[in-house]
Ligand binder design. Structure first.
Ligand code: NDP
Ligand code: ZN
Length: 352
C-alpha cells in the first residue's frame, strides 16, 4: 500500500509499505477524510521529528471506514464509519489511570501515530484498542465536521479547559489558527463573557467572531500585551490560552493575567531551550499565576461528547476547512499548503 512519509528532514515523499496487521483488540481502517496538522509541519520542517525513521508515514487527523477488526473488538465491524482521535493511548497504563493517558508510556507517548508507528496518510492505517478509541460518526455530522473533532476540537477545547475558563471570565486567546479558533469556541461554550482573540488572517478573524470572540487584536499593530491591557482598563484577563506565537508568547500571557489566573498552553514551541517568564509580571514568583500546558486528550468517551456538541448544533467545526481536495494523493498538496500557510488558509482537508 501507498503512504505519504517523512523521508528525511524537510522532505516528504510517497513510500510503499505492507498493509498493517491488526492485533486482537485493534482495527485496520481506510481513510474517508484526512487533514494535515501544524504539528506535522513541526515534525517534518521543524526540530521535533528528527528521531523518526526515514520512511515513517505521517498524518494523525482522519475519519475512516473500518476494514478489519481483531478477534476481541466488540463494538465495531467492517464498513463502520468512525471518528479517529489523534491521541490513541494505552488505557491500561498507570499514567492513564491517573487521568493523563496522553502520557501513558512516557511524555506525549499517547500519540503512536507518527511518533511510534505509521500515521494515517496511507491507504490503510492501524488503530490500537479500537473499542477504546473509535466513535461512530453520528447522524447529521458531515465528514468535514467529523474530521475536525479528533484533533482540532479536542485540542482547542483542552486549551480552554487548561486555562480554567469560568462563567463570565474574560479570556485572551493567543493565536487563531484552527487550534486557537477551537479554543475561542471552547471558551465561549464554557461561558466566557469576553474573548480577546489575537491573530490577523482575515478568514480566521471572521470565524473567530462567529465562534464568540468579542474583540480581535492584531499582533502586527503594536505590542500585544499593551493592546490587551488597554482594552481591559489595565486589569488584564482571568484566563489566557496560547495556541500560536513563539517562545515569548507564554510570557506575554503571564503579563496579561490577573493574580489567580491560569495560562493554558496547547502550542508546540521549538527553536529554544527554555521560555522567558517576566518576573515583575509574576510578582517576583508570588503572583498566584498558573501555567499549564498539555497534549490534547483522545479516547472514545471524549470524542463522543465532542461529537454530541456538533450533532446538537452547539458548534460547527466544519467552518475551519477553507481548502478542499477530493483525491487521496492530494494529501501531499494539502500538507505542503499547511507548511506554506497562505493568508487565506485556515485548514485544508481531503474528503474522499
Ligand atoms: P497556525 O499556524 O494555523 O496558527 C497560529 C496562530 O498564531 C495564527 O493565528 C497566527 O496569526 C498566530 N500568531 C503568530 N505569531 C503570533 C504572535 N507573535 N503573537 C500572537 N499570535 C501569533 O497553527 P494551528 O492553529 O494549526 O496550531 C497551533 C499550535 O497547536 C501548533 O503549534 C500545533 O503544533 C499545536 N497543536 C497542539 C496540539 C496539542 O495537543 N497540544 C494538537 C494539535 C496542534 P496569523 O493570523 O497572523 O497567522
Ligand atoms: Zn495535530
Amino acid at each position: 500500500m501507498k503512504g505519504l512519509a517523512r523521508i528525511g528532514k524537510d522532505k516528504i515523499g510517497w513510500v510503499e509499505k505492507d498493509r498493517p496487521v491488526a492485533g486482537p483488540r485493534d482495527a485496520i481502517l481506510r481513510p474517508l477524510a484526512l487533514a494535515p496538522c501544524t504539528s506535522e509541519v513541526h515534525m517534518i520542517w521543524g526540530d521535533i521529528g528528527d528521531y523518526m525513521p526515514t520512511d515513517r508515514v505521517v498524518g494523525h487527523e482522519a475519519v475512516g471506514i473500518v476494514d478489519e477488526v481483531g478477534s476481541e473488538v466488540g463494538d465495531f465491524k467492517p464498513g463502520d464509519r468512525v471518528i479517529v482521535p489523534a491521541i490513541t493511548p494505552n488505557y491500561l497504563r498507570t499514567p492513564s489511570q491517573r487521568g493523563f493517558a496522553q502520557h501513558c508510556d512516557g511524555m506525549c507517548s499517547g500519540m503512536p501515530f507518527c511518533m511510534a508507528k505509521d500515521g494515517v496518510f496511507a491507504e490503510y492505517f492501524h488503530v490500537n484498542d479500537a473499542d477504546a478509541q473509535l466513535t461512530p460518526i453520528p447522524d447529521g455530522v458531515s465528514l468535514e465536521q467529523a474530521l475536525m473533532i479528533g484533533d482540532m476540537m479536542t485540542t482547542g477545547f483542552y486549551g480552554a479547559e487548561l486555562a480554567n475558563v469560568q462563567l463570565g471570565s474574560t479570556v485572551a486567546v493567543f493565536g487563531i489558527g484552527p487550534v486557537g479558533l477551537m479554543a475561542v469556541a471552547g471558551a465561549h461554550l464554557l461561558g466566557a463573557a469576553r474573548i480577546l482573540a489575537v491573530g490577523s488572517r482575515p478568514n480566521a478573524v471572521k470565524v473567530a467572531r462567529e465562534y464568540g470572540a468579542t474583540e480581535i487584536i492584531d499582533y502586527h499593530n503594536g505590542d500585544t500585551v499593551a493592546q490587551i491591557m488597554g482594552l481591559t482598563d489595565g486589569k488584564g484577563v482571568d484566563a489566557a490560552i496560547t495556541a500560536g506565537g513563539d517562545v515569548s508568547t507564554i510570557g506575554q500571557a503571564v503579563e496579561v493575567l490577573q493574580p489567580g489566573g491560569t495560562v493554558g498552553n496547547v502550542n508546540v514551541m521549538e527553536h529554544a531551550e527554555s521560555i522567558p517568564i517576566p518576573l515583575g509580571a509574576w510578582g517576583g514568583g508570588l503572583g498566584d499565576k498558573t501555567i499549564r500546558g498539555g497534549l490534547c486528550p483522545g479516547g472514545r468517551a471524549r470524542m463522543e461528547r465532542l461529537a454530541a456538541l456538533v450533532r446538537y448544533g452547539r458548534i460547527d467545526p466544519g467552518k475551519l476547512v477553507t481548502h478542499r481536495f477530493t483525491n487521496f494523493e492530494d494529501i501531499e498538496e494539502a500538507l505542503l499548503l499547511m507548511h506554506e500557510k497562505p493568508k487565506n488558509l485556515i485548514k485544508p482537508a481531503v474528503i474522499l
